[in-house]
Write a protein that binds this ligand. Structure first.
Ligand code: UDP
Ligand code: MG
Length: 277
C-alpha cells in the first residue's frame, strides 16, 4: 500500500515538473524571440542612424599646368565647399614658377591640401594623356572613400560635394554618380541624361564621382603611353576610363548643375583639333 502511494506521488510530481518545464520552455522561447527582435531593431536603427550621419572623406584630385590665375580659382572652388570632409590633392605637372608659387601659398593655408610635383620633361608631354597619368598618381595618394576630379581651368559650385555625398548617402547601391555642368562662355548646360552604361563623351571628367573601390576593382586611367595612337588617349582618356567603369557600375544622374567648364583656346582639346586640321 505504502509503495502504491509512493508511486502515485512520484507520478504526480513528474507530471507537474513536465508542465512546469513546458511552461518555462514557452516563456524562454517568448523571451528569445523578444531579444532577437530587439537586437534586429537596434541594429536597423543603428544602421539607419549611421547612414544619416555618413560623412565620408572625399579626395578631390586636381591637375595643374601653367595656369596660375585659373588654378587659384579652381582651388578656391574646392576650399569654399559647404562640405568640409575632403582632401584636395594638387597634381602639378612641372609648371612654371608663378603657378607653383600660387600652389605653395595655399598649402600653407589649409592642411587639407596635399600636393604632388611631377618632373615630366617637355619633350615627353605629348606622349601620353598627362592628366590621366596625374590622376593615377592622385588615386594612389588618395585616402578618401569617394573620388572627385578637377582640372585647373574648371571649377566646382560650392555645394557640389555636399549634394553628391547626399546622393550617395540616399542611394547606397550606387557606386558612380555624375552631375550636370554649365559650360562657358556659351553658358549652356550639359545635362544629366539618366542612368548611363556608356558615359563616354556624355559625362565630363570633372562631373563624375565614384567610390575609390571602383578603381581598386576595375583598374586605373589608361594614359596611352607607348601606344601609337596616344593622341586618342590625350583627348579621350576620360571617355575610355568612364566606359570601362560603367561596364560594371552604371553612372547615375544628379540632376543639378554642380560644376563649370570653361572652353577657351589654350586647351589640349583645342590644340588637338588644330593639329587634326
Ligand atoms: N595638363 C597636364 N600636363 C600637361 C598639359 C595639361 O597636367 O602637360 C593638364 C592641365 O593642367 C589640365 C588638364 O591636363 O588640368 C586638361 O588640359 P586642358 O585643360 O588643356 O584640356 P581640356 O581637357 O580642357 O581640353
Ligand atoms: Mg580644361
Amino acid at each position: 500500500m505504502k509503495a502504491k502511494i509512493f508511486l502515485k506521488i512520484k507520478k504526480a510530481a513528474r507530471k507537474s515538473s513536465i508542465l512546469v518545464s513546458a511552461n518555462e520552455k514557452r516563456k524562454d522561447f517568448r523571451d528569445f524571440i523578444g531579444d532577437l527582435l530587439g537586437i534586429i531593431f537596434c541594429k536597423l536603427a543603428r544602421n539607419i542612424k549611421l547612414r544619416q550621419e555618413w560623412q565620408p572623406l572625399v579626395s578631390v584630385l586636381l591637375t595643374s599646368y601653367n595656369r596660375p590665375q585659373m588654378i587659384r580659382r579652381a582651388i578656391q572652388s574646392v576650399l569654399g565647399q559647404t562640405y568640409s570632409n575632403f582632401e584636395l590633392i594638387i597634381l602639378d605637372d612641372n609648371s612654371n614658377e608663378e603657378t607653383r608659387t600660387v600652389i605653395e601659398s595655399y598649402l600653407q593655408k589649409d592642411l587639407r591640401i596635399r600636393r604632388y610635383y611631377s618632373e615630366v620633361k617637355d619633350e615627353d608631354r605629348w606622349k601620353e594623356a598627362r592628366y590621366a597619368a596625374l590622376f593615377n598618381i592622385g588615386l594612389a595618394m588618395a585616402r578618401g572613400e569617394l573620388i572627385a576630379y578637377l582640372t585647373d581651368d574648371d571649377g566646382y559650385l560650392l555645394s557640389k560635394l555636399e549634394k553628391m555625398v547626399k546622393f550617395f548617402r540616399e542611394h547606397p547601391a550606387v557606386k558612380i554618380a555624375y552631375n550636370q555642368q554649365n559650360y562657358l562662355p556659351q553658358n549652356k548646360t550639359r545635362r544629366a541624361y539618366g542612368v548611363l552604361k556608356k558615359p563616354g563623351h556624355v559625362v565630363d571628367a570633372i562631373s563624375a564621382m565614384h567610390y575609390k573601390s571602383c578603381v581598386e576593382e576595375l583598374g586605373n586611367w589608361e594614359t596611352g603611353k607607348g601606344k601609337e595612337d596616344a593622341d586618342r588617349y590625350i583627348v579621350g582618356a576620360d571617355d575610355m576610363f568612364f566606359n570601362k567603369l560603367a561596364r560594371k557600375y552604371a553612372f547615375y544622374p544628379v540632376r543639378e548643375v554642380l560644376d563649370t567648364r570653361i572652353n577657351h583656346k589654350d586647351t589640349i582639346s583645342a590644340k588637338m583639333a588644330e593639329k587634326g586640321k
